[in-house]
Design a protein around this ligand. Structure first.
Ligand code: CAA
Length: 256
């Protein structure tokens, strides 16, 4: 079984987790393959935006593989936790925007992987949860850190301590997802968003992502400084020259 499928078309890479018999749950093998697919898309100059989704109509990723965790001792769990966290950091640090097309259950580690993506679009049937406490665990792939940064501390505590599933519309209300669409439209909507991003300067996008990501952990003053330094460094690059010139010449910029 292939476990991870990658398709590249018109500069959009679609990475699909395909382990439907376990609702796309992630064991070490799937994580390693997923990391490899992300690394390969990030270094591929023919890719500008990455979409991550799950195979089938039921699950995005139903979490870390519970059966494989059952046999782990503490040191193996540390390795497994670090492996999953590394995957989330590769996604979050991607210079190319990553869109999670959440097509069903995004539970535990699946929710955490979606949190590392830059944008989340959910289908109406999607369900989100951090159910780890129901298993006598805590989130191990960034949930205690990224969820409060995204939805606020109070909501994150409710989701993590309660462990219950929330609907796509509830996720939309609290800012956990950007859009909710019918399942049949999920990949189309994700592609449309990817296309609208691809019109723009790739270096400007990369630097915007970096400023937003790094700035979240800085004081306002530190973040503003990072922003203005990055803003100024773009001047003198071909991309910025093209963008400004295209405006003045009343034409579309040609970045790619
Ligand atoms: N790990 C391993 N196998 C899983 C799985 C998981 N996370 N989630 C589902 N599966 C497997 C089931 O064991 C089942 O396999 P078998 O047919 O071999 O028994 C198959 O997928 C289909 O699942 P169900 O029969 O349970 O399907 P359902 O429709 O009745 O229920 C569900 C769907 C509510 C998502 C249920 O499968 C479920 O609760 N799954 C577990 C979700 C979960 O707790 N995820 C968090 C894991 S912990 C974690 O992720 C820690 C972390 O932070 C890193």
């Amino acid at each position: 079984m292939k476990l991870i499928k990658t398709q590249i078309q018109d500069k959009i890479a679609t990475i699909t987790v395909d382990r439907q018999d376990a609702l796309n749950a992630l064991n070490s093998e799937v994580i390693a393959k997923l990391k490899e697919s992300f690394r390969s898309c990030i270094s591929n100059s023919n890719v500008g935006v990455i979409i991550l989704t799950g195979a089938g109509e039921k699950a995005f990723i139903a979490g870390a593989d519970i059966k494989s965790m059952q046999k782990m001792d503490s040191s193996e769990a540390l390795k497994f936790g670090i492996l999953g966290q590394k995957l989330t950091c590769i996604i979050e640090d991607s210079p190319k925007p990553v869109i999670a097309a959440v097509n069903g259950f995004a539970l535990g580690g699946g929710c955490e992987v979606s949190l590392a993506c830059h944008i989340r679009i959910a289908s109406e049937n999607a369900r989100f949860a951090q159910p780890e406490v129901q298993l006598g665990l805590i989130p191990g792939w960034g949930g205690t850190q990224r969820l409060p940064r995204l939805v606020g501390k109070g909501k994150a505590i409710e989701i993590i301590a309660g462990g219950d599933m929330i609907s796509a519309n509830e996720a939309l209300k609290i800012g956990l997802v950007n859009h909710v669409v019918p399942l049949k439209e999920l990949l189309d909507t994700s592609h449309q968003l990817a296309k609208s991003i691809l019109k723009n300067g790739p270096e400007a996008i990369r630097i915007s992502l970096e400023c937003i990501h790094k700035g979240m952990d800085l004081s306002l003053e530190g973040g503003l400084n990072l922003e203005v330094q990055s803003f100024s460094k773009l001047f003198g690059t071909c991309e910025t020259a093209e963008g400004l010139e295209a405006f003045v010449q009343k034409r579309k910029p040609n970045y790619r």
